[in-house]
Structure formats: C-alpha cells, structure tokens
Design a binder for this molecule. Structure first.
Ligand code: PXP
Length: 248
C-alpha cells in the first residue's frame, strides 16, 4: 500500500482554558488557530463541551468564519450539540463521550452499546456534509460497531498509551501500542478512515505517525503547553517534523 501523508489536527481548546481562567478576552483561540494554520496544521480541532469550560459557542462561529483549513468539531452526542453542528456544518464532527466531572475525555465512546441511537444521530450530520468520526478505544467490538452505525472515520484513543509511557511502564505500554496498531489495521481493512489522538507529545507521536493505516493525529494539550516555552509556531513545526520523519 502506498502511504498517504499524515495530517496534523491542532486542538486549540486549552488556549480557551487559559483565557477563561481570568475571564479576559485573551488569549484568543481563533488567533491561535490561524497561527497553527500558518505553521502547518492541516486542520483545527475544537471541543464545545456541554459546560463550555473552554471553547464557547462564539469561538466556533469565529473559527468557522476565519479558517482556511477544515474544522473538526468535537462534541458529545446530544441533541443540543447536533443542532449546533447542523447550523455550522463543519468539515468534520468527532463524537466523544463526555462526563461533567472528568478533567479530559476519559475512555472512548461505547458505540457497541448504543448502536441504534448513534446510527440515527449520525445520519443527519452525514446528510449535512459533515464527516463523522467516533472517538473509541481499540476494542474490535467498538470498531465493528462503528462500521454498523455508518461512521466513515474513527479516532483511536491514545491516552492510556501516553500515560503508560509517562509512568515508565514499558511492557504495558508496548502491549497497549500493539493493541492500538491492530485496531488501526482492523478499522482500515473494514473501510474506515483511522485517526488517533489524546495525550500525544514529541515523545509519543512517532509510532502513530509511522503507521500507514493512520491518516490523522489530533494533538492539543502538549502543543499549547510547549508553546509556553518555545512558542506555538515552533512547537507545531517540530511536531510536524517528527511526524513526517516517522512517516518516511
Ligand atoms: N482527540 C480527541 C477526540 C480528544 O477528545 C482530545 C482532547 O480534547 C484530543 C484528541 C487531544 O488530546 P490532547 O489535548 O491530550 O492532545
């Protein structure tokens, strides 16, 4: 198989986290998104959470107006979010599980346990031209369910792998990575486009960028954190360099 280039989606949620921490108008997530676009991001990801803890409705509107690259709109599978997505019609909609008390998206969506509701939820989004992606773990049952509900894309949750690497649990990390790779192969062979993300950093991005079945990586918290030290543009440039090097 000829390997297509790997895309980088930059998640700008935590620019909004910083803004909201002081109730100020800065830093502006749209300004960060435009900078990311200029620095080589292939897309921008933003998660409008039910509690609006970072991205707000007005940010989605501003991003839709300002961006030249596609917006990947992350959201929970609720009626409120579906209505917002149908109003803006972003290029992509990534469905994620959402719990109010969590710090970040923990675990993947239970597609297998919610097949008929998700199939009905996805259909109008697809009809509106949004490419729907499901954020899931590597469990083959979830991957098969993604095919059943007619999602064209899945995003594999890399968070556990990144945590294991950070904790120095090399053996467990290797097992998790192998399971993610086999999930990527299964999904690709079932006709799904495969993305991956959560917790990725300079230290953990390479094996995913090197996997030909994976087309896109979505990375946020690490890039925004690294921006404090090296600037957002250089952090994105370095991530791109590592991804392209691993792909080659
Ligand atoms: N992909 C999905 C579906 C996510 O929910 C998140 C976190 O919002 C990310 C990627 C990016 O994760 P991180 O901010 O840890 O890079």
């Amino acid at each position: 198989m000829t390997t297509p280039p790997i895309r980088l989606g930059v998640n700008i949620d935590h620019v909004a986290t910083l803004r909201n921490a002081r109730g100020s108008a800065y830093p502006d997530p749209t300004r960060a998104a435009l900078l990311a676009q200029d620095a080589g991001a292939d897309g921008i990801t933003a998660h409008l959470r039910e509690d609006r803890r970072h991205i707000r409705d007005g940010d989605i509107e501003a991003l839709m107006d300002a961006l030249r690259v596609p917006l990947n709109f992350e959201m929970a599978a609720t009626a409120e979010m579906q209505a917002i997505a149908l109003r803006h019609r972003p290029h992509a909609v990534c469905l994620v599980p959402e719990k109010r008390e969590e710090r970040t998206t923990e675990g993947g969506l239970d597609v297998a346990g919610d097949e008929s509701r998700l199939a009905d939820f996805i259909a109008p989004l697809s009809d509106a031209g949004c490419r729907v992606s499901l954020f899931i773990g590597h469990d083959p049952r979830q991957i098969e369910a993604a095919v059943q509900v007619r999602a064209p894309v899945i995003e594999l949750h890399t968070g556990r792998y990144c945590d294991l690497v950070a904790e120095g649990q090399a053996e467990e990390a290797a097992l998790e990575l192998a399971a993610l790779m086999s999930g990527a192969r299964l999904a690709h062979s079932a006709g799904l486009e495969v993305h991956a993300g959560h917790g990725l950093s300079f230290a953990t991005v390479s094996p995913f960028a090197a996997t030909p079945e994976i087309r896109e990586l979505n990375i946020g918290h690490f890039l925004i954190s690294e921006a404090v030290f090296m600037g957002l543009g250089p952090a994105i440039t370095e991530m791109r360099r590592l991804m392209d090097a691993a792909r080659a």
